[in-house]
Design a protein. Structure first.
Length: 57
């Protein structure tokens, strides 16, 4: 995974949080699942990025 992929996932997560915060959508089970999936994706990207960085050092 690349830094760009992490940035895209972060952006998507922030936009979903903003929709809920501004009352544009309600937090339902589907949205909770999407948020959890995006956070999991970000976590995977972070681990892979750190491993790649460590192997390049």
């Amino acid at each position: 995974m690349t830094a760009l992929q992490r940035e895209v996932a972060d952006d998507r997560l922030k936009r979903l949080y903003l929709l809920v915060k501004e009352g544009m959508t309600k937090m339902d089970d589907v949205l909770k699942d999407r948020l959890n999936n995006l956070q999991s994706l970000i976590d995977v990207i972070e681990v892979e990025w750190r491993a790649q960085r460590a192997s390049n050092s």
